[in-house]
Ligand binder design. Structure first.
Ligand code: NAD
Ligand code: MG
Length: 394
């Protein structure tokens, strides 16, 4: 019986993973080790009971008593706080889902690699902030990372049986997000609700805003570079409003392999869960005659400055990815709070990146987990100052 742990079980990716586990037999088919969540304790406890987990861990230490009470009589252990989440990742499991959102997902994923787990990686921030570290840790322990981001799952599938040396380019598709048809001048005034109206995918709130700004695609470009080891100039982005092609790989003989499917994350999650096999999944089948057309357009870099910034991050490497991710998260917090405008998010991140060498002294390519966390902390402070200054100007 395979043992599994889920980090970020109560989120959008986590819920869909739980659904697939239950569909595949739940506690009868899997030995569920750890489930972690944020503050939705009722849902976390329900899931832990349904899957008969060994331990449930919530993010806030002050929530421990309530989590314990909700698990009373079940025999399931309860724990709380970032250290407890990291310790839960030290418990061996064959398959581990990394689906905490943001920088908090790095440490548990990293620690799960140490016992040689297959890490299903939804937390793209891990690769953007600490790609070289994560890949080296996986290699050292004979662990495997399987991408869960739909684009990277598509690329991974297009590469089955292929030699990476034969790859000429990787083409990431982007929906363009909720504001893709807005006039450029109107973007500065876009509200949170407007940026949340994603045309194709139902996702967590933060990643939906990141789709509208293409910060999500920017992270994915860097994620592609780190995971597949291709050069930055081999990675292209194309706007594909239908979101039916999840990404493509172009080979040196001119062939392009595209991965198509319904826009449904259960496909990528299920692929990672069943790999290297394919199992039946509850996703809609495409009716191509009904779809009739697929369309494409080049991304406008004025509309999406985040894509330009991703190139800069890849050129700098080292800790630039950690600074980029942290600054983006803070800028997003300020946008969600209504304090800065939609286009201010990229301006804040750009200012943090510009100040990188000057403010932070070093941009060393040698990194440890502590270096990454140090840069995360500094970039958050700097982004906060810049965002507050911009908020004051409004
Ligand atoms: P979400 O916000 O719906 O869920 C995040 C999960 O992490 C929840 O369980 C939440 O409680 C937990 N969490 C949040 N902050 C935490 C903290 N500080 N400590 C511990 N736990 C914390 O997010 P999501 O949309 O499921 O995305 C999860 C990850 O997957 C992100 O990295 C995202 O970029 C990536 N991803 C998501 C999708 C999608 O369709 N939702 C697609 C591709 C990639
Ligand atoms: Mg994606």
């Amino acid at each position: 019986m395979r043992s599994v742990s889920l980090f970020g079980a109560t989120g959008s990716i986590g819920e869909q993973t739980v659904e697939l586990l239950l569909r595949a037999g739940g506690a009868e088919a899997f030995g569920v080790v750890a489930l972690t969540g944020g503050r939705n304790l009722a849902r976390l406890a329900d899931m832990a009971r349904a899957l008969r987990a060994e331990i449930a861990v919530c993010a806030e230490p002050s929530d421990l008593a309530e989590l314990r009470a909700r698990l009373a009589g079940s025999g399931i252990e309860a724990a709380a706080g970032p250290d407890a989440i990291a310790e839960a990742a030290d418990r061996p499991a064959d398959w581990v889902m990394s689906a905490i959102v943001g920088a908090a997902g790095l440490v548990p994923g990293f620690r799960a690699l140490r016992h040689g787990a297959t890490l299903a990686l939804a937390n793209k921030e891990s690769l953007v902030t600490a790609g070289p570290l994560l890949m080296a840790e996986a290699a050292r322990h004979g662990a495997r990372i399987l991408p869960v981001d739909s684009e990277h799952s598509a690329i991974f599938q297009a590469l089955v049986g292929e030699d990476i040396a034969a790859v000429e380019r990787i083409i990431l598709t982007a929906s363009g997000g909720a504001l893709r048809d807005w006039p450029l001048e109107a973007l500065a005034k876009a509200t949170v609700a407007e940026a949340l109206a994603h045309p194709n995918w139902a996702m967590g709130q933060r990643i939906t805003i990141d789709s509208a700004s293409m910060f999500n695609k920017a992270l994915e470009v860097i994620e592609t570079r780190e995971f597949f080891g291709v050069a930055p100039d081999q990675i292209e982005v194309i706007v594909h409003p239908e979101s039916l092609i999840h990404s493509m790989v172009g080979f040196r003989d001119g062939a392009i392999m595209a991965h198509l499917g319904a826009p449904d994350m259960r496909h990528s999650i299920g692929y990672a869960l069943n790999w290297p096999e394919r199992a039946e999944l509850p996703v809609a089948r495409l009716d191509l005659a009904q779809i009739a057309t697929l369309s494409f357009r080049a991304p406008d870099l004025q509309r999406y400055p985040a894509l330009r910034l991703a190139r800069e991050v890849m050129a700098r490497r080292g800790l630039a990815g950690a600074a980029f991710t942290a600054a983006k998260e803070v800028a997003l917090d300020h946008f969600l709070a209504g304090e800065i405008g939609f286009m201010d998010m990229s301006a804040v991140v750009e200012t943090v990146l510009e100040g990188l060498n000057r403010d932070f002294g070093t941009n060393s390519a040698i990194m440890t987990l502590e270096d990454v966390q140090g840069m995360d902390h500094l970039a958050r402070m700097r982004a906060g100052e810049i965002a507050r200054a911009r908020a004051g100007e409004r």
